[in-house]
Design a protein around this ligand. Structure first.
Ligand code: DC
Length: 227
């Protein structure tokens, strides 16, 4: 039996991580896992249930009641929270505003990382997030670290929100991305950090096809090496 391959894709918000990860998974017939969707779903539960995130006890009790599931369909992220499909709702701005403080909580991270590691045991996967190459899969066969210019990231996010019918001023989006970068990079648990052995990919001026081709080339190299 050949060894499972894990492709870990980390980087800042709105650099195009999930678009790239999805396209790769589709080409390679790997399972795609959007780890950010998990943190977003937890945040949705916390907001709906008014969980006090300053109370460790309240957070621990809430986590016991959260059951997340992914349903693969056309390599899109379909995530359910306690059986309810929440894939759209987790992209709302109200979630984006709260997700970084929630995902900085130690108990939340421990639980999510455990679940993510279990997923990596059973299949070839492409997983995107912030700590995939550093904490979740430090032994991943391939690690990619994505960056992009701030104004390009903000434009991407604006378009995504517009497609969902949310029209927000660019400045508000820039500010949300800036805040999230700051919290995500400076938290003590699993901060956003480039793994020392990651391959850099600046997506500012590369088309999606170029990005996919670039990473596919790396995957082919890894596949040759582990044969
Ligand atoms: O990838 P995204 O923008 O949907 O992620 C939403 C938030 O979730 C992001 O601001 C930080 C958090 N996150 C994390 O802490 N660790 C991950 N592996 C993935 C996401």
């Amino acid at each position: 039996m050949s060894k499972n391959i894990v492709v870990a894709i980390d980087g800042y918000s709105s650099c195009g991580k999930s678009t790239l990860a999805k396209a790769l998974a589709k080409k390679l017939h790997f399972v795609y896992v959007d780890s950010g969707a998990m943190y977003r779903a937890v945040t949705l539960y916390f907001l709906r249930n008014l969980v006090d995130i300053t109370s460790e006890k309240a957070v621990a009790e809430a986590l016991v009641n959260i059951h997340l599931d992914f349903h693969a369909r056309d390599y899109e992220t379909h995530i359910t929270l306690n059986g309810e499909e929440v894939s759209n709702e987790i992209r709302d701005m109200k979630i984006s505003e709260m997700v970084s403080p929630v995902s900085a909580l130690k108990k939340v991270r421990t639980e999510m990382v455990n679940q993510q590691q279990r997923m990596g045991k059973t299949a070839n996967i492409v997983m995107d997030g912030r700590d995939i190459g550093t904490v979740v899969f430090p032994q991943a066969e391939l690690k990619i670290f994505m960056t992009a210019e701030p104004h390009i990231r903000a434009q991407r996010r604006k378009l995504e929100l517009l497609q969902k019918g949310e029209d927000l001023p660019l400045e508000e989006i820039v500010e949300n991305l800036r805040k999230r970068d700051e919290i995500d990079s400076n938290r003590s648990e699993g901060p956003l950090k480039r793994a020392f052995d990651a391959i850099d990919l600046d997506t500012s001026f590369r088309s999606m096809d170029e990005q996919v081709e670039f990473v596919l080339e790396q995957v082919r190299r890894v596949q040759r090496e582990i044969k």
